[in-house]
Design a protein around this ligand. Structure first.
Ligand code: SF4
Length: 447
């Protein structure tokens, strides 16, 4: 059974219920996770969702395209996996499968060219049409399949057939100078027939994604709650990975890096710098946060040692010092980095968790947009957003309705300070780490 895909020239038609729609997306995510260029697809039990060019297969493919458009699925992940799927299929094809595959593309191309809906794709359609009609000719297919032409075996080939495609549809090959160019065409040897198909598919997906940006049908679909639920699955699966790619920070830069911290962590950080002590839970949360933004274990030990070796400025009777409790502090930090005790990988507490925590009277933890009164919050905001009094009042007003939105506004102000024009916009964050990754990710153009 073929379990991969076609060129997906046309979107699916018909009706699919929401449960099936969600399952389509889940199964394609699973498929991406289990792609293996040697053994093909493993651990897939619901093949019906991936049957080549079926409604379910096309549905998930097009939802994934929408995921790319709104930034929930990185373009590279999408292209790499879709290309891998195509390669697996091409490798499994016998001559009859290949004939069906090409005829199917030609049939769909004729419709696309006749209807002339996506005008910017017309040049591509004609190029693909020329290639597929040449491929499907008996001479070519029998030569490739019955002659058992191996990949890239120029020298062993008896007929030496060549395929010309416009050079702008095979940028990767042109940049690597691995094809001959003549009159605006790149020439591929018949032993490279898989390369021709995959490079055309990659180019097609890139152009089609640009076209989709301006499609009214796509905008309407993106506004549909059912599609949003499907896209949320992509966000949960792939945005977290983006969040994990921001890099590391060195102890010597920690002060300047703290501008990216959300207010909950910034106020703990500033309080520690001022008083050199934090209560147990706050110390735990800040340590975990610093680990999450990339502070190494060594730097973390030096950081806490630096603070706890100084006198507690808020309470002169405090008996907790690095000197007296070094073993305990070192153990707890190593524990947090997964090197002691149960070697657990602790994850950052979510905003929801921090916002719903019950705090003691003098606690400095929780979420400032929920737990602080107006005066306290105003003072914190003014310290961190100097000269932005109007914005500070807007944030204080907003936090009464929605603390998370207030935090987002705070992020936008930080972004303005950094002379970045946009901050989170359509992006969301679920915990203080993700807030920092977003602000910092923008700054470093990592999104
Ligand atoms: S909303 Fe989340 S990230 Fe922002 S201050 Fe509150 S807990 Fe921290």
């Amino acid at each position: 059974m073929n379990v991969t895909m076609s060129f997906y020239l046309k979107p699916p038609r018909g009706e699919v219920n929401l449960h099936t729609l969600l399952e389509c997306v889940q199964q394609r995510i699973l498929c991406y996770d289990n792609l293996d260029d040697v053994t093909g697809l493993k651990n897939i039990d619901k093949f019906e969702y991936l049957i080549e060019d079926s409604v379910l297969d096309r549905t998930s493919h097009f939802i994934f395209r929408m995921g790319v458009l709104i930034g929930y699925l990185p373009m590279k992940v999408f292209l790499d996996n879709e290309l891998e799927l195509l390669k697996i299929r091409l490798n499994a094809y016998e001559i009859d499968d290949m004939t069906r595959f090409l005829k199917n593309i030609i049939r769909q191309l004729k419709d696309c060219i006749r209807l002339n809906i996506e005008k910017n794709l017309s040049d591509f359609y004609w190029s693909l049409y020329n290639v597929t009609t040449k491929f499907v000719g008996k001479e070519y297919l029998s030569h490739i399949f019955e002659g058992h032409i191996k990949d890239d075996s120029h020298s062993e080939c008896s007929k030496d057939l060549w395929m010309a495609i416009p050079f702008w549809y095979c940028n990767d090959y042109v940049t690597k100078r691995s094809v001959n160019l003549k009159n605006g065409n790149a020439f591929f040897h018949c032993s490279q027939w898989r390369h021709v198909i995959t490079t055309l598919f990659k180019s097609y997906l890139k152009i089609a994604l640009i076209e989709m940006k301006y499609s009214r049908n796509v905008s309407a679909s993106l506004a549909d709650d059912r599609i949003s639920s499907c896209l949320q699955l992509l966000k949960n699966q792939y945005c977290k990975q983006k969040f994990q790619s921001v890099g590391s920070i060195a102890l010597r830069n920690i002060e300047e890096e703290s501008i990216y911290f959300p207010l909950c962590m910034k106020s703990l950080f500033d309080s520690l710098r001022k008083n050199h002590r934090l209560a147990h839970n706050e110390r735990f949360n800040l340590s975990l946060f610093l680990k999450g933004v990339g502070l190494s274990l060594d730097d973390s030990l030096k950081f806490w040692q630096g603070e706890y070796s100084q006198e507690n400025s808020a309470c002169s009777k405090c008996s907790h010092t690095w000197q007296k409790n070094e073993k305990k502090y070192v153990y707890s930090i190593r524990h947090l980095y997964g090197l002691e005790g149960s070697r657990k990988n602790y994850s950052m507490k979510s905003c929801n968790h921090l916002q719903s925590s019950e705090l003691g009277i003098n606690s400095e933890g929780g979420c400032p947009f929920v737990h602080h009164d107006d005066d306290h919050l105003r003072s914190l905001l003014k310290t961190n957003l100097p000269g932005m009094e109007d914005d500070v009042e807007v944030i204080i007003f907003e936090r009464k309705e929605n603390p998370k939105v207030a935090c987002k506004l705070y992020g936008e102000c930080i972004s303005k300070q950094l002379k970045e024009n946009s901050f989170l916009e359509e992006n969301n964050f679920d915990n203080p780490l993700e807030f920092t990754y977003l602000v910092k990710g923008r700054k470093q153009n990592l999104t």
